[in-house]
Design a protein around this ligand. Structure first.
Ligand code: HEM
Length: 394
């Protein structure tokens, strides 16, 4: 039976990206949005939300209608254009040439070459925990791996790494009430920006075989600094959240964990299933360039639209038994890396980090139990996951 689509939200159906309680377990609300209000209107924060797989995919593939140039995070979206030159906020026709330029520097070869580096970082961090009885899978491992990998990828000299890692860490500092908008985070962002600009300036005269040198060859100094900064912010928190979810979900589904221990060739598929099941970046914003009518509802031009990629991964119209975590699920294009022109530029690197991290974890710790009372959730309007996942290992 096709149910009629509501134009006004029922009084008990409510969602917004800021509500920390809703964010703990958004899946029942997202299911109701998909079923009852696939074009949801939130008056309080003045946005619309799309929650079905097909609608999120179609909107992502129509960048002429659903713009990124007005920002992609609800709290910064508005009529004026955001940071021109930053790829994630760039629309056609400028996006294509910019993406081609950065892709010439950030190549699949550069990512593939990092595998041994990723493995040695995992080995170092995980070996330190053997015999410890337990450790914090996020603070001691998952959050550390991506910042070390990004520093290596960019070509940050070894002697500067402790300072750069500390800056990255402070950049993601959260303060109750004000979230990521705080003096510690702001100061660290400026520090990192200045550091990267200095390194890039140096590469102009003395190029090396690293990504920073490749970037100044392709982009202006200002664009290269913006892009290097974006790589750090887009590629650090997200991978840390993916790994935190891996620890929690595999402990929730120990039979699936056992399958991975017995058959490590299932690990790449398990990384995709984790991304579908708990999207680390579940909410992407867009601005409508024109009025759009969908399921009989018209979204006016100049509106904020949220695409719920996290809900798309649980859409029963696309995935049989979507709430079942199954590492052997047939491959499918989930939307957790986005789709269309803004498809995650770091997807290959994130997949590499996820795969190697799981391989090295399961080789040392085939089972663990999460200390549920001591996990700490982290909520910002862009990422969803944990800042602490203490685990006990045998
Ligand atoms: C599990 C880890 C990751 C997740 C879940 C993730 C998710 C996403 C998503 C959903 C988008 C699309 C945003 C939109 O449509 O507005 C995106 C774009 C992007 N990501 Fe990732 N990401 C991850 C890791 C990384 C890494 C490791 C890097 C870099 C080293 C990276 C760099 C980027 C960049 C540069 C874009 C913008 C691409 C463009 O606008 O053309 N991401 N990512």
């Amino acid at each position: 039976m096709v149910r009629p689509v509501a134009l006004d939200a029922p009084a008990d159906l409510y969602w917004d990206p800021f509500d920390v309680e809703l964010d703990r377990s958004p899946y029942s609300v997202w299911k109701r949005l998909r079923d009852e209000m696939p074009v949801y209107r939130n008056e309080r924060f003045d946005f619309w939300a799309l929650s079905r797989y097909e609608d999120v995919a179609a909107a992502s593939r129509d960048p002429h209608t659903f713009l990124s140039g007005h920002g992609t995070v609800l709290e910064i979206m508005g009529p004026e254009l955001r940071r021109p030159g930053l790829i994630i906020f760039t629309d056609p026709p400028d996006h294509g040439p910019l993406r081609a330029l950065v892709s010439r520097a950030f190549t699949p070869r550069r990512t593939a070459e990092l595998e041994e580096r990723v493995r040695s970082i995992c080995t170092e961090l995980l070996d330190a925990q053997i015999g410890s009885g337990g450790f914090d899978y996020v603070a001691d491992f998952g959050a550390q791996l991506p910042s070390r990998v990004i520093s290596a990828l960019l070509g940050v000299p070894g002697s500067d790494r402790p300072e750069v890692l500390a800056l990255i860490d402070r950049m993601f500092h959260i303060e109750p009430g004000v979230g990521m908008v705080n003096d510690v985070s702001f100061g660290a962002s400026i520090g990192l920006h200045d550091y990267l600009a200095g390194q890039l300036r140096e590469r102009l005269t003395r190029p090396r075989d690293d990504l920073l040198s490749a970037l100044v060859e392709e982009l202006s100094l200002e664009e290269a600094t913006g892009f290097a900064n974006l790589l750090v912010s887009a590629g650090t928190e997200t991978v840390g959240k993916l790994l935190g979810w891996a620890a929690v979900v595999l402990d929730d589904f120990p039979d699936q964990r056992r399958r991975l221990v017995e058959q490590p060739s299932l690990i790449p598929g398990a990384v995709e299933e984790l991304l579908r099941f708990e999207a680390p970046s579940p909410v992407q914003g867009r601005w409508t360039a024109r009025a759009v009518t969908l399921h009989g509802v018209t979204i006016p031009a100049g509106s904020k639209v949220i695409m719920l990629t996290g809900s798309a991964g649980r859409d029963e119209r696309r995935y049989p038994e979507p709430d079942r975590f199954d590492v052997g699920r047939p491959a499918d294009q989930h939307l957790s890396f986005g789709v269309g022109i803004h498809f995650c530029l770091g997807a290959a690197l994130a997949r590499l980090e996820g795969r190697v991290a799981l391989e090295e974890t399961l080789a040392r710790f085939p089972a663990w139990s999460v200390d549920r009372d001591r996990t700490v959730r982290l909520h910002t309007s862009t990422v969803r996951g944990h800042s602490k996942v203490p685990i006990l290992v045998g």
